[in-house]
Design a protein around this ligand. Structure first.
Ligand SMILES: CC(C)(COP(=O)(O)OP(=O)(O)OC[C@H]1O[C@@H](n2cnc3c(N)ncnc32)[C@H](O)[C@@H]1OP(=O)(O)O)[C@@H](O)C(=O)NCCC(=O)NCCS
Length: 158
């Protein structure tokens, strides 16, 4: 089983949404309540708006057997905003492959630091990638639900 990574394309809108939905509803549901994950990943999505947001960042998709199983991104100012792996593909190095691509992109942009707002679920993985917690956010409101998370950063200069 090989994980490959390439840049996001418009046809990736639906499978990246599926990855997001199942990452939140299935995987993150061990750390957040049903109400919290329902607010985080609602049933309905506007795929055109979703595609525009993915295209606005440097977004990478991960594939196993030519199927999109996750995605990650970085903005021009070093925010790793999205890192989601379909619940059927966790624990196989998909996030690690995506973060490697994001780090390479960040370096090519001349960035010296990445930052992210990591969920409780993602914090251990980010720590494995070398990120450190800079702040615990007790309040992070999404559609009327509070989803506490962590600010984390990775220095790229050394
Ligand atoms: C967090 C998430 C992105 C990890 O994706 P993944 O593809 O399963 O991660 P990987 O297989 O690449 O594992 C990455 C590393 O983190 C470690 N790791 C992952 N989850 C862990 C956990 N809960 N506890 C300890 N270590 C963990 C793995 O062991 C691995 O370490 P290693 O490569 O040194 O052995 C995925 O589970 C997910 O989408 N979660 C729900 C959505 C979410 O919270 N996204 C982030 C929003 S901020």
């Amino acid at each position: 089983m090989t994980v490959s990574v390439r840049s996001y394309r418009p046809e990736d809108a639906e499978p990246t949404w599926e990855s997001y939905f199942h990452a939140v509803r299935d995987t993150a549901s061990k750390d957040y309540s049903p109400e919290q994950v329902a607010a985080w990943a609602p049933e309905q999505v506007d795929l055109e708006e979703w595609d525009a947001r993915r295209a606005a960042a440097h977004t990478f998709v991960a594939l196993i057997n030519d199927q999109v199983v996750g995605f990650g991104d970085v903005t021009g100012d070093g925010l790793l905003d999205m890192l989601f792996v379909h619940s059927s593909a966790t624990g196989r190095g998909v996030a690690r492959a995506l973060v490697s691509a994001v780090v390479a992109k960040a370096r090519s942009l001349g960035l010296v630091e990445l930052h992210t707002h990591a969920s409780r679920t993602a914090r251990p993985a980010f720590e494995r990638f070398g990120f450190e917690v800079t702040r615990a956010n007790d309040e992070n409101w999404i559609r009327g639900q509070n989803l506490p998370n962590y600010d984390m950063r990775l220095r790229l200069s050394s």
